[in-house]
Design a protein around this ligand. Sequence first.
Ligand code: FMN
Length: 400
Amino acid sequence: MFNLANFSLKLGNKEYPPLMVGGMGTNISTSRLVLAIEKLGGIAHLSDAMLPAVVDREFGTQFTKGKTFRFKQTIDQADKSEVKFDLNELREASKLYYKSVMERATGKGLVLVNCMEKLTMNDPIGTLKTRLNAALDAGIDGITMSAGLHLSSLKLLQENPRFNDALIGLVVSSSRALKLFLKRTSSIGRKLDYIIVEGPLAGGHLGFGEDWRSFSLSDIVKDVINVVKDEKLKTPVLGAGGIFNGNEAINFMKETGAQGVQVATRFTISQESGLPDAVKEQYIEAKEEEVVVNHASPTGYLMRMLKQSPGIQDNIRPNCESYGYMLSHGDCPYLKEFNESEKEKTKCCLCTHMRNYKIWTCGTTVSRLKEVTKKDGSGVWILPSAEEIFNDYCYGTSKK
Ligand SMILES: Cc1cc2nc3c(=O)[nH]c(=O)nc-3n(C[C@H](O)[C@H](O)[C@H](O)COP(=O)(O)O)c2cc1C
């Protein structure tokens, strides 16, 4: 039977099913989820968002507590410019996490890490350099650079002994962003191994403005493929955002010439996803009209989420000392709003709420999850395993 597994994606000198599971922060794409896919010969992303806090939960370390204690004098101050990660600790936390994952990987598939480049802490270059290099040092198969597109990232990795053999990919939402990246990095001479085009229907942050509805993933992918050809490159291009099953993936690849797809929303409700089960039920029961794109994230990017996410209305004290990744010079828009007014806040403390699973980000297809999920005899949703979802994408032939 004809299905997605009939196609393949060549990365390095190996071939894989043309399906990547996207990174889902904070710790929604858990190591359990990623390893379940890797074991099947698939490709999946960890997310490095708020990794020290994730490591504390999983390994009982105290990186977050230590940082809170170190900066406790700034908790009541508006200016947080002193608050920085201890780069040695950041390196230690990252290595501990990635090593433990890579020790459990089978080598059949790929474990990649999605590095959200915009997440910095009063030291963008130092923080990013530490995070990227620690991932390679710990043996991760590859890094996907996303959100914020730091044009110096390749340079930050240049000295790493694995710079040429680990996979390095990029997420873009326009051919213009890709051109800029290629232009600025051409002198480094390191080609990208893959390019993921994230369209307007994806989960998480969006690389579009208020006019996101006027863009189509297919059109952007075609434009990006043209840039790749013009540059005489052979980099595979994948599309992401709104692709719900294997049939849709095949049709999309045929229409655009993409060599694969990246998906995420269907895996949010997998048994291995980090979301609490009660939140997974909210995802399954979500209605189309409950999915909103708003300005709640202080990053400046639009974000897609369920409008009933409890974090949206929760005006908590910013938790910069513990987990915070501030965006520039000691503040972020939420911190400013929090300090300057008592009126209703339009932004939320994303760090805290993402860590506590109170912002329910999702792609547009979240409202279709109920179509592919069953209930048991007592009316409780039966959560699928990551393997079942992966196999449905790869081997499923039904249009539903
Ligand atoms: C719950 C969730 C969390 C996400 N978190 C991140 C993230 O931390 N970084 C990122 O670059 N993309 C993130 N994304 C985007 C996905 O990696 C992926 O590219 C996209 O959602 C694929 O589209 P789909 O969800 O319609 O399948 C997230 C998506 C979801 C659904």
